[in-house]
Design a protein around this ligand. Structure first.
Ligand code: SIN
Length: 277
């Protein structure tokens, strides 16, 4: 097994590793890299759905996504797809998977089945580094506040009908009722590091503040977190796995491959309630 750091300040890419045959030692190395960097990539895999599920289960329990279309017979696997006719792509705004849940997802394991000839990269923003770079004054303010995260404005029937990816949804808009409050600065449950935990897709406002009052500071935090020095860009090849920790990074899919198809399978791992600092 070989590993190299990605260009930028975080992210590790593994080669010469078959996740179907991964030893405990190899698993430990991948876990350590993910714990340090928030996201790891494993190239050149050849997984069927059962092998994808078996790989995920080595890390913990799977949480089935309520809203995405699922692979037939494998409801644990959500389909993330762009067809040539689509103008938009799933996840093209910065976000953190499942942050609307009371116990938000620990991590996501995205497996590339079909990728466009060029483009279709994914960006990751390191929320540890973003937090560390804030002033002491703002850190002190943020540690006292929590934020509301909701699924309704993204996945309700009304929201989905306005979205060209309606076909790819599980038509479960009536289940989009999650509304959870999490600290704005969390202590990561595994690494113990402090991270910002707000995201443009699902965070609606600070608890006890109006949306209007919250917007300027949220906007500042998003701009701050997505500066060049805190992000990496990953270029996919078919058979690549990305495995990220939603409590350490945000992510965003790039929409730059018009008239082409991209098909990814995503499994999400269950998490825990998040603690502030
Ligand atoms: C996602 O938002 O989970 C998918 C990201 C991607 O398709 O690159």
């Amino acid at each position: 097994m070989k590993s190299i750091p990605l260009p930028g300040q975080f992210g590790v890419e593994f080669f010469d590793l078959d996740v179907n045959e991964m030893s405990d030692f190899e698993l430990d190395r991948v876990a350590t890299a993910q714990n340090n960097d928030g996201v790891v990539f494993i190239r050149d895999q050849n997984l069927d759905c059962e092998q994808h599920i078996a790989f995920a289960q080595r890390w913990g329990d799977i949480v089935t996504n309520r809203f995405f279309e699922r692979v037939e017979e494998y409801p644990q696997i959500a389909i993330v797809r762009k067809e040539p006719k689509h103008q938009t792509v799933v996840g093209e705004t910065w976000h953190t998977d499942h942050s609307y849940d009371a116990e938000p997802a620990r991590g996501s394991i995205l497996y590339a089945r079909e990728v466009p000839k060029m483009g279709g990269d994914t960006l990751f923003a390191n929320m540890y580094m973003a937090y560390d770079a804030l002033s002491d004054g703002l850190k002190n303010t943020l540690k006292q506040i929590s934020a509301v995260h909701s699924s309704a404005h993204v996945f309700s029937t009304e929201a989905v009908q306005a979205n060209e990816h309606e076909d790819d949804r599980f038509h479960s808009g009536e289940q989009a009722v999650q509304r959870s409050i999490h600290p704005v600065v969390i202590q990561h449950p595994i690494s113990g590091r402090k991270a910002l935990y707000v995201n443009p897709d699902f965070t609606t406002h600070f608890a006890g503040w109006t949306e209007q009052e919250s917007q300027p500071l949220l906007e500042y935090l998003y701009q701050h977190s997505t500066q060049d020095q805190f992000i990496i860009r990953f270029s996919w090849s078919p058979g690549t796995i990305a495995f990220w920790d939603n409590r350490a990074v945000m992510h965003k899919a790039i929409n730059d491959y018009p008239n082409e198809r991209r098909l990814m399978h995503r499994i999400t791992l269950s998490g825990c309630a998040l603690q502030g600092i």
